[in-house]
Design a protein around this ligand. Structure first.
Ligand code: MGD
Ligand code: MGD
Ligand code: SF4
Ligand code: MO
Length: 767
């Protein structure tokens, strides 16, 4: 089959080069106005990331011309970031935006597309999904989305359930999944309840707030100014570590030992909250017995942190009130849940739960539904037997299936199933709101898996590497074009994100795709149960508000509803079997897993001296960058100016010892620990020397691809995702966290060697 010319590709990928039509679909009765600030400026909430900053937007002629902070938003107080200001409009008005549905006309990944109508797209989806369903059963149809912190993910889950499949992948095993599972097991629903504003001590672990969350960063700086103590646990000297009173730099993946030693000190010194423990905690004596094995000097050996610093940290924290601020740096790991269990135990025994200046449990208004709650509501469920067959539920029942946090699959097992048909066939994929080819570890295998399927649909904003391997691509709305209602525990505030402007081209929000798809599936007798009762986002949002007393009208008028601002100590029982905070977990015990928080050495510590000699460095991936949100904004000029190439941060001594200097391109190769294929992968990155990283550690970002190096330009449908994307170097074959099934996206051993710039495909800045 002849390849297209570059001009053909532009014409047929539907990436408009001007004259973007704004018609196409109905807005589902969603008003785009409703402003409280006068003129064309209106209050809204940025949903570009889950910080959810309060925003002000100016709209002219149906186009957002200004997007920035709302100083009056009660939860964010004017905090905002460049991704909101430039990224969100840049994505919306991107000249390369995918504006219309397309059907693949060449081989998968060949880059040949024909524009089709929504009716054609939805009819074909219904036909082909119904065919897969008839041949292999509904469970062979799998979804992929980010996770139920976005309404689109809930809509996806309910769509699949309606079709009869409990199988959907979320990216949370790589994100906040370990924290969430620990919180669920332990009974501590304290996510985003950090009361930094009133705290005397913030314990910040694996979190670089200065980039990840402008609201949190502003609050930490204010706390510091007020005289609160900041303790930072991070192998790297981040800006947060830079303002800390005490910075502990453990070896990657050893934090559990640190937390257990802090508990050891607190118990040994009687410096914990006995009354609180007595009343609210289950299993304190067992925990006390466990931590005897972790005195500070033992933990010092396990973590590399000086024993005296561990003692100081424990005392500072125990003085309280103290708040635990945690991040991704201790999540997405094969020891992630137990690490969080150890920190959650620390929070509990110090009596810092629901305490002013501590960690507050979620106080969503009565009658308001969160997305995760809806996932577990009986009226939205499939039968138990089907849900128990969720891929991965047999191995990780507290992650996947009916008892799991979001009831989603174990992703690497799904990828295996796509390739091997085991443990069951997976033949079709609907991916929306994720770029799995870039953001899942083992890019090569993800591509093979996508190629092996009978049918793939990808909904996206532009032709991402994931979209390139689809049969049908669908144009999605951006945060400026979507209406969302959500609850923000910090504040606490119910937030509205407005559909500020009509969608560009024919872009649709999730429900506007899934509701008509399900109608067509029903007409083909390919529905198991109708579990998506809404047909517009507005109806869905009204359902979320339920009988909370908060109305759409109020939100449309004001942009948010602020609940009580002073934290109130709560006497509610905890959401566990015992009704207490389960330091000792009967649920884990039932599954034959360690019921107490424990330390497990990182996998790399078990390698042979030979491998250690070949791979002398430890890798951290996922450094956030101010200019990018994961794989997004990769073609925006402002972002490329800030960060033109994927960086590998190396200590100058380490770089110089290898004859490397700033700006050199290197090939990074990872030693795989996986039992599955065992192989290591590689990718290319550009050296940045900095003494913020330890001598034996290198760190890099994530999400790299080059939209401009498209298939028509250089026959690379991955747009560089096999070349400059760190996930091409990682594997997804374990070891897995025994509770959440999470994989390690950091802590692997690796090596680097210089490569010529010419080895790097696609445009980049000259060496
Ligand atoms: N600008 C921007 N902001 C973002 C995002 C983005 O892409 N861009 N993504 C958003 C999302 S989805 C997420 S999940 C968050 C992630 O943001 P964060 O929660 O801040 O997580 P990371 O940046 O992955 O890592 C935070 C810190 O953990 C440290 N770390 C690495 N290994 C370890 C370890 O073993 N122990 C300890 N204690 N620390 C370790 C790293 O050195 C790093 O400084 O950011 C959110 N905010
Ligand atoms: N090695 C390594 N891998 C990682 C990480 C790491 O630190 N290291 N981090 C992990 C983490 S924390 C996360 S959260 C994941 C992120 O992984 P992803 O969620 O895959 O990353 P995004 O780039 O945000 O992908 C969102 C994609 O969805 C499309 N999209 C479709 N519909 C919508 C919509 O309605 N709204 C929006 N906003 N976008 C839509 C966007 O165009 C974009 O292509 O990556 C994980 N992968
Ligand atoms: S941090 Fe930036 S991208 Fe995230 S919600 Fe706030 S302004 Fe938007
Ligand atoms: Mo994330």
């Amino acid at each position: 089959m002849a390849r297209q010319t570059s001009a053909d590709a532009t014409a047929t990928t539907g990436i408009a080069t001007g004259g973007i039509s704004t018609g196409g679909i109905s807005t589902g009765g969603i008003s785009t106005g409703g402003n409280t600030t006068g003129g064309n400026t209106t209050t809204t909430t940025c949903w570009e990331c889950s910080a959810n900053c309060g925003a002000l937007a100016t709209v002219e002629d149906g186009r957002v011309v200004d997007y920035g902070p709302n100083p009056e938003a009660p939860h964010s107080k004017g905090a905002f970031c460049i991704k909101g200001i430039r990224g969100a409009p840049g994505l919306t008005y991107n000249p390369n935006r995918l504006l219309y549905p397309h059907r693949r006309t060449g081989a998968r990944g060949e880059g040949k597309w024909a524009r089709i109508s929504w009716d054609e797209a939805l009819d074909e989806m219904a036909d082909r999904l119904a065919a897969v369903r008839a041949k292999y059963g509904p469970e062979a149809i799998v979804g992929a989305t980010s996770g139920a912190n976005f309404s689109r993910s809930l809509i996806m889950a309910l769509t699949l359930r309606s079709i009869g499949s409990p199988n959907w992948m979320i990216n949370q095993d790589l994100c906040g999944g370990c924290r969430a599972v620990s919180a669920r097991i332990t009974g501590l629903n304290i996510q985003r309840g950090e009361d930094i504003e009133h705290t005397r001590c913030a314990l910040i672990v694996g979190r670089n707030s200065s980039i990840a969350d402008p609201i949190e960063w502003a609050a930490l700086k204010a706390a510091k100014k007020r005289g609160a103590k900041l303790i930072v646990i991070d192998p790297k000297r981040t800006p947060v570590a830079g303002i800390a009173d005490l910075w502990l730099a453990p070896r990657v993946g050893t934090d559990a030992a640190l937390a257990l030693a802090m508990i050891n000190v607190m118990i040994a010194e009687g410096h914990y909250d006995r009354a609180y423990v007595e009343k609210y905690c289950h299993g304190f004596d067992a925990l006390a017995e466990r931590v005897v094995a972790y005195p500070p000097d033992v933990a010092a050996g396990l973590t590399g942190v000086a024993a005296a610093d561990i003692v100081t940290a424990a005392r500072l924290y125990a003085d309280g009130p103290a708040t635990f601020v945690s991040g991704h740096g201790i999540d997405a790991a094969s020891v992630g849940v137990q690490t969080f269990r150890a920190f959650h135990a620390l929070v509990a025994i110090s009596g810092n739960v629901d305490r002013v200046g501590g960690n507050l449990r979620s106080r969503a208004p009565k009658g308001f539904s969160s997305y995760v709650e809806l996932l577990h509501r009986p009226e939205f469920r499939l039968d138990l037997e089907t849900e128990q067959r969720t891929i991965g539920a047999d191995r990780f029942p507290l992650w996947a299936g009916p008892r799991g946090w979001q009831t989603a699959c174990h992703n690497p097992t799904v990828i295996d199933a796509m390739l091997t048909g085991k443990p069951q066939p997976v033949r079709a994929l609907i991916a929306s709101g994720v770029n799995i080819l870039v953001t899942y570890p083992d890019t090569r295998r993800t591509i093979e898996a996508m190629k092996a399927l009978d049918f793939v649909v990808v909904a996206a904003h532009q032709m991402t590497p994931t979209a390139e391997f689809a049969d049908i691509v669908l144009p999605k709305t951006t945060t400026l074009e979507e209406e969302e209602v959500s609850f923000m525990p910090s504040g606490p505030t119910v937030l509205l994100t407005r559909r500020l402007a009509p969608p560009q081209g024919e872009a649709r929000q999730e429900i506007e795709i899934m509701a008509p798809l399900l109608e067509r599936m029903a007409a083909r007798q390919a529905i198991t149960k109708k579990l998506l009762p809404w047909t517009s986002q507005r109806d869905f949002n009204i359902a979320l508000l339920g009988d909370s007393g908060i109305t759409m009208e109020e939100l449309l008028a004001k942009g948010y509803h602020h609940l009580a601002s002073t934290p109130v100590p709560s006497d509610r029982p905890f959401a566990t079997k015992t009704g207490k905070i389960e330091l000792y977990s009967p649920a884990l015990e039932d599954l034959g897993l360690d019921p107490l928080p424990g330390h497990v050495a990182p996998a790399r510590e078990a390698v042979t001296p030979d491998i250690r000699a070949r791979y002398p460095l430890t890798l951290i991936t996922g450094d956030r960058e101010k200019s990018y949100h994961h794989s997004r904004f990769r073609d925006q000029a402002w972002a490329l100016k800030v960060s033109p190439d994927p960086r590998l941060v190396m200590h100058p001594d380490t770089a110089h010892a290898q004859g490397l200097a700033d700006g050199d391109w290197v090939r990074l190769e990872v030693a795989g620990f996986g039992a599955g294929r065992g192989g290591a992968g590689d990718c290319r990155l550009r050296v940045k020397c900095s003494d913020t990283t330890p001598r034996d550690v290198v760190n890099t970002g994530m999400g790299w691809w080059r939209p401009a190096s498209g298939n028509a330009a250089n026959s690379d449908p991955t747009h560089g995702a096999l070349d400059i994307n760190i996930n091409a170097a990682l594997d997804y074959s374990g070891p897995y966290d025994p509770i959440s099934g999470s994989s390690d996206i950091r802590g692997q051993l690796c090596r680097v060697e210089r490569v010529a710039h010419a080895d790097v495909r696609g445009p980049s800045t000259p060496a």
